[in-house]
Design a protein around this ligand. Structure first.
Ligand code: PLP
Length: 342
């Protein structure tokens, strides 16, 4: 595959697709230690046909974005939280830890090396960054790999969904993750198991599906790649508390913003039978930041939240605040933004 030429990019129509940029980052772990990696122009990985990851799924990943600011700088958003979460995911999958300070430095190096691919301020686009780690030791019996590859690629992406367009969702009969399974780890297997339910939802005319808690199927868990929130009729911000959802950094940040805005936020169980309590609902994650849920169909009943065509006022304000902080237009009171030295 040929490297992407920056001149061929249409910043306002990037979509959410992979483009092969000039630089990636690569480092291998073997003989009990990390082997001093660095930037590379090689965007392919080579490993044994018996590599652990290919058969037994020892893989963890992260998703983050670099944003162009008005003055031409580049911002990262809470990158140390991605480093921390990847370490936690790795622990759950019995993988080697990649040092957290090195993680942040490596992300910055990739952004700096590919800086001309960070979309312009105001285009709605950003540079999506994908750090990941795979177990590469050739194994036949199931046991943790003793060799790993840590790698980062970056690719420019457009606004995941342009503007705040409410979407129709359905509730899946499938589970994304097991009750005491790997739901809190950002690992490939959770995504593999969400492919079929997601395709079924799309075939039925929905944007995607929402998963219920796997133990009782009574409470809202999350979407395949984003956490859920609701705003009650009296203006309280609620988001599910569950041991089978992925701890979203967007969610943690929005919880703080909701507190700052006096929305009395709470992480709690949200019963799927209590949708009538909610005036607004949405999805939270790095890809879309916030995406309003227009309606949710459960057991054949369609529940409409604020509107099927317009984002509610609380959703709009939370989005404007968070995206404003990320792009450097709203005061960063909590010190979340880290600018990249160019
Ligand atoms: C990555 C992810 C999210 C969103 O996390 P952010 O840190 O906000 O990007 C939510 N749910 C799942 C299942 C995820 O994998």
């Amino acid at each position: 595959m040929a490297k992407q030429d920056v001149k061929d990019l249409d910043w306002s129509n990037l979509g959410f697709t992979y483009r092969d940029l000039p630089y990636s980052y690569n480092e291998e772990f073997k003989d009990g230690k990390w082997q001093n990696g660095g930037l590379t122009t090689d965007s392919t990985l080579t490993f044994s046909e018996a590599a652990e990851d290919l058969h037994y799924g020892q893989e963890v990943f992260e998703g983050m974005k670099a944003y162009r600011t008005k003055d031409g700088g580049i911002n990262l958003f809470r990158p140390e939280m991605n480093a921390e979460r990847m370490a936690n995911s790795a622990k759950r999958l019995v993988m080697e830890q990649y040092p957290k300070d090195k993680f942040v430095e490596a992300v910055k190096a990739v952004v700096k090396a590919n800086q001309e691919f960070v979309p312009p301020y105001g285009s709605g686009g950003s540079l999506y960054i994908r750090p990941f780690m795979v177990g590469t030791e050739p194994v036949v019996g199931v046991s943790p790999s003793t060799e790993y590859t840590f790698h980062i690629y970056a690719t420019p992406v457009g606004a995941y969904i342009k503007g705040l367009n409410p979407m129709p969702y359905t509730v899946s009969d499938y589970d994304r993750a097991a009750g005491a399974g790997t739901g809190q780890a950002k690992t490939a297997g959770n995504y593999a198991s969400s492919l079929l339910p997601s395709i079924l939802a799309k075939k039925a005319g929905f944007a995607d599906c929402l998963y219920l808690d796997p133990r009782e199927h009574k409470y809202i868990d999350e979407f395949g790649g984003a956490n859920f929130y609701g705003v009650t009729k009296d203006g309280q911000f609620l988001t599910p508390k569950s041991d089978s959802i992925l701890p979203s950094i967007t969610k943690k940040s929005i919880l703080q913003i909701a507190k700052d805005q006096g929305l009395n936020p709470q992480e709690t169980r949200i019963a799927i039978d209590d949708l009538d309590n909610l005036a607004e609902a949405g999805a939270m994650g790095t890809a879309a930041v916030i995406s309003p849920v227009g309606s949710l169909t459960y057991k054949g009943n369609k529940h409409v939240f604020y509107s099927e065509t317009e984002a509610g006022p609380v959703t709009q304000k939370l989005y404007d605040t968070l995206f404003g902080i990320q792009e450097g237009d709203v005061e960063d009171k909590h010190g979340w933004v880290e600018s990249v030295d160019l």
